[in-house]
Structures are given as structure tokens and as C-alpha cells.
Design a protein around this ligand. Sequence first.
Ligand code: ATP
Ligand code: MG
Length: 463
Amino acid sequence: MAKPRSVFVCQQCGAQFPKWLGRCTDCGAWESLAEELAAPRGAAAAAARTSVALGVARNARPVPLSEVKPEQHQRASSGLGELDRVLGGGIVPGSVILLGGDPGIGKSTLGLQMLAELAHRGLRALYVSGEESPEQVKLRAERLGCGDSVYLLAETCLEDVLSQLDAFQAEVALIDSIQTLHSRELSSAAGSVGQVRECAAALVTQAKARARPTVLIGHVTKEGAIAGPRVLEHVVDCVLYFEGEQGGGLRLLRAVKNRFGPTNEVGVFEMQESGLKDVTNPSALLLAERPVDAAGSAVLPVIEGTRPLLVEVQALAARSNLAMPRRTTLGIDANRVAVLTAIIDRRAGQRLFERDLFVNVAGGVRVDEPAADLAVIAAIGSSATDVPLPRDLVLFGEVGLAGEVRAVRNPETRLREAVKLGFQRAIVPAATARQVHPVPGLAVTGVDSIAALWERLFASSDS
Ligand SMILES: Nc1ncnc2c1ncn2[C@@H]1O[C@H](COP(=O)(O)OP(=O)(O)OP(=O)(O)O)[C@@H](O)[C@H]1O
Ligand SMILES: [Mg+2]
């Protein structure tokens, strides 16, 4: 009988089984088995298999770090300023970038635009498409008006892709998507955990050996993980996450992990018919449609990575007919809003229990900073009291359970961004107001409690 070429390995405890089981009989974990290549007997055989298949130098020996020559560590520009920014200044040779995002968000578009730019500069760029036919890719390239020098390979078999990449002597590669690739060695379906990991590992090894930058496009699973339960994040150098609202044209590209640059950096793009365009002044775009003098709208300077961004927080406190009023949020944590609602109730005496409450961050941006507290509270207060906030006001600050307002990081960056966009007033934590250098053109007021905020903004209202 032929020896099975693959085994099923429990991802929790490492136990091996010849067949798939719903539950690991060793550690009891459910659905933890993934198919992997059966290791040939002996380490030598395993090493031979890996190095022959992947072209890695064998018999490596220890060398002093001082003797290691960084291969002219020159970053290549992707042609998209915002993408370079997220990558930490361009694409590093041999780096493997995982680009994840919801369906239809624009992953293929971004990948193609990047390849086109690199090909335009004379690099041999190969687009490996397992998802779309060459005609479909061509249609997109025509719409984007780029990509004539990009080569296309419609192939889903890992071994063929690897050999074609080498035969073509690709200098940069895009795999669209990693879930469509499958290795002949494994019997499980393309997209399964074992396949995804095997394919990614092989591509990563080859990319490193040839110093060939490679972009892997990965789909996001129901649970929000890229390409399966975190199997890819560890093997790649850089994980980029593409997000935004389908309807709106704004797209945010976040670096979740980056071995060659800072994480939490954010690139902002606008999706247009001719492709993704850099947005150099996102605050202006985010605030473009802000209703002025409408109750329930507050402007908040957030820090995304190193960049300040002005976003609009909207709240609507509507009369409720329900025994349990609704609390719905978009772009901000619902639990945080629940806490802030309780703080408003207790510390400002604003009753919200008979109101439905909706809080939304406009423009499809997600805000996770505690610095948002003050603006969220002001927006809710404004809607509940029907008093619009001054149109030239920004607010930021963390709010504690006692209703105290606490200082947050980078106050000056936030204030400068506000001035740039023409704001003239800022309400900030009292401690911050005492410390920051005066910003010309901006009147900064400090508040130390929610009661003080209410006094300042809604004193004239009697609700
Ligand atoms: N003619 C057009 N004008 C403007 N935007 C368009 C046009 N055609 C497509 N788009 C945008 O491009 C998006 C699809 O881009 P793309 O195919 O790159 O996404 P994707 O993330 O690769 O999707 P998938 O997950 O299906 O592979 C659409 O959701 C739409 O926003
Ligand atoms: Mg696609």
C-alpha cells in the first residue's frame, strides 16, 4: 500500500492522525486538525525535500553579524504614496506582504496598481491569478489604464506557480489569492488551513531565497481573521489590512504587522473609477459633508499611527418606545458607548434611559482610542439637549467612571491638525490645557470633569 503523503496534525498539541477527525483525541480540542505534508523519515530527507523544492542554500554555517552584507536594502516605491507610507517607506526586497480585506474592497486593484508601477520601472512583474480569468484582469487593467508591462499567469497549483516564477525570473510577484492555491502533495481542498499554510510557507521561502518581493492577497474569514485562523500572520513580514465602507469611496490601509516599519500606520485612499488614489488630506475629505449647526455632531482629532485625522462623531438620541432602549454604534465600540452613556447619566444628570441611542463615526473610520470619549459624550449630550456644538470646535480626552477628564497622548499634533482645517476652539482635558504650548489661532479650554463640560456647552438648555 502506498504510504500516505499527508497527515493531519492537531494545531493545539501537535498530535498526528492519518485521517481527519472532528476532535483531537489527545488534547480534546475541537476542529483543530489541519492537513500537513507527512515528514519523510529522518531529518535529512525532510531538509532535502524543503531545500530542493524551495531552492534554499544548504549546509549553512554560523557567520558573525558584522560580516552579513545587507543586500542593498533599498526600498522600491510602489508608486502609491500612501502604500509606501504604510510599508514604512517602500517595498523591501524579498519581503512578503499579506494584503487582507473584505470581498470587493479593492485588494486586486491595489495589487495590480502596485505591480503596474513596478513593471513600468522595468521590473519583471508577475500577476498570478487564481480567482479571475486573464480577460477579467485585463478588463480591470484597462479601466485603471495601467498594467501593460505586467505579465499574467492563471494558475492555482503551487508547484507550477513556483516553477513558473523561477522560469520567468520574476522580480516581483502578486498572488491573487492565497486561498485559491493548492499543493499537489496535500489532498485537502484549496483554502483549507493546511493548504494555505503550506502554500504560503513555500512562497515565503522562495521569495526570501530570490529576494523577490511578493504580495499575497488573503480573504478575510467570517471571524475577521485573514486567510484562516492566524495561520499566515506569522510567516509573512508584513500584514496589511484594507478596510472601508463598500458604499463610500474611502479606503483605509492599516499595517497590523510590519517587520520593516512602524505598525498602526494608516494609508488613506479613495476608490475611483480609474483605481485607488492617494488621499493626502483625509481630514478635509472626512469632514467635507459635515452638517453645520446640527445637534449631535462633534469633531474629534484622532491619531492613526503617527498621523492625526479629524473625524466626525455623530449621535442621535431619539425617544424610545421600547422597554430596553436600543444602543447602536458604528465605527466605535458599543461597550465603550454604554459606559459613556452611564457616565453622562450619573455625572451630568442627563437622562438617557428612555431614549434610543445611535452613535456613528462618519466616513467608515473606526475609532478605538480612549481620546474619543469626550467627543462621543459631547455628541450624545448635544443630541439629547438639542443644542448644536459650535461649528469651529474640536474635542478630545479620555473620561473616567467618576466623570473625570484625563489627558491623552499627542495633544499638540491633534491641535495643529485642527488649526490646519480652520477650527478655532478646542476643549481638552484640563491637565493638557495647562501643559500644551499655545497653538496660534486656537483657543484651548481645559475641562476636568463631565459636569464642567456640560456647564460649558449645554448650560443654557433645560432638559
Ligand atoms: N467602474 C468602477 N468605478 C468605480 N469603482 C469601481 C468600478 N469597478 C469596480 N470598482 C470598485 O472596485 C471594487 C472591486 O475591486 P477589486 O476587484 O480590486 O476588489 P477585491 O478586494 O479584489 O475583491 P475580491 O475579494 O472579490 O477579489 C468594487 O467594490 C468597487 O468599489
Ligand atoms: Mg480580487
